[in-house]
Design a protein around this ligand. Structure first.
Ligand code: ADP
Ligand code: MG
Length: 259
């Protein structure tokens, strides 16, 4: 049996007025994996992610998500198809509780249509109960019961990250994209975060595609790891092999690396 890929990036390029950020890049993310994406600053990782997530349109090539060509699709269409990306809790949501932040996520709630509130109040009520139940399940899964009524703005950096992860659990995600989720999180909460990503993967079957600078986190979580440099994939494999690969050491240390 050949492997089952949730994402296939086929010879994709992105050109920003002369700057080639991604250069005929091809890679695949296997369903059920936690796949890492690493590479020196400016390698094209974020641009590649943006193209997968629909926030940037490729200059050429195509992107297949769950068997469908989604090249150039809008992020909200991809969201409906089950591709989610974590975002920082927006300023306006910081004045809402952790629980309310979770309950905001699912699209298409009948209560959002004013007419429904008047014409079908029981439907709106039962849908709200369903969403509340789901939010409670997510809170339990992530062991966040103690902060469920806390305003999101008052949570620590790590707790906010857990809540962001929790938001991806409010809808049935097939793929979760994480871009530098460890940035600004202390070691203890980082372990918590990594542990929950592993649990979501193993117990709930989520596939993750992860950009990360923290090599320890990558080593712990990701298999395989894909390495990009200068807009292309230069290596792929388990982290133990990647660490030993001279071409990769060259890519990281042969050129000046910023942060
Ligand atoms: N919007 C943009 N306009 C022009 N150049 C960009 C833009 N976004 C990224 N680039 C350039 O593309 C290259 C890859 O950037 P990026 O995808 O952010 O790399 P990484 O995430 O691996 O650090 C860099 O040279 C960067 O300066
Ligand atoms: Mg980046």
């Amino acid at each position: 049996m050949s492997a089952d890929f949730i994402i296939e990036v086929n010879s994709v390029s992105k050109n920003f007025g002369g700057v080639v950020a991604v250069n005929e890049c091809s890679l695949k993310v296997e369903r059920g994996s936690i796949t890492g994406l690493i590479g020196p600053n400016g390698a094209g990782k974020t641009t590649l992610f943006n193209m997968v997530a629909g926030t940037t349109t490729p200059s050429s090539g195509n992107i297949i998500f769950d068997g469908e060509d989604v090249t150039g699709f809008d992020p909200h269409i991809l969201f409906d198809r089950g591709m989610l990306r974590t975002f920082q809790i927006a300023h306006e949501f910081s004045q809402m509780s952790a629980m309310e932040n979770l309950m905001m996520v699912p699209g298409d709630q009948p209560g959002e249509h004013l007419l429904d509130v008047w014409l079908r109040p029981s439907l709106v009520r039962s849908r709200e109960l369903e969403v509340r139940q789901k939010a409670n399940d997510v809170i339990d899964f992530l062991k966040l019961s103690h902060i469920k009524d806390e305003l999101a703005g008052n949570l620590s950096g790590g707790q906010k990250k857990l809540l962001e992860l929790g938001r991806t659990m409010m809808v049935d995600a097939k793929l979760v994209l994480l871009d530098e989720v460890a940035a600004g999180v202390n070691r203890t909460l980082l372990k918590d975060l990594a542990h929950n990503i592993e649990r979501m993967n193993k117990e709930l079957g989520y596939t993750f595609f992860v950009i990360e600078h923290d090599m320890d986190l990558i080593a712990r979580l990701c298999d395989p790891v894909i390495v990009m440099a200068q807009g292309q994939v230069i290596a792929q494999g388990p982290m133990e092999e990647i660490r030993k690969n001279p071409e990769i050491i060259e890519a990281y240390f042969g050129t000046p690396v910023e942060a």
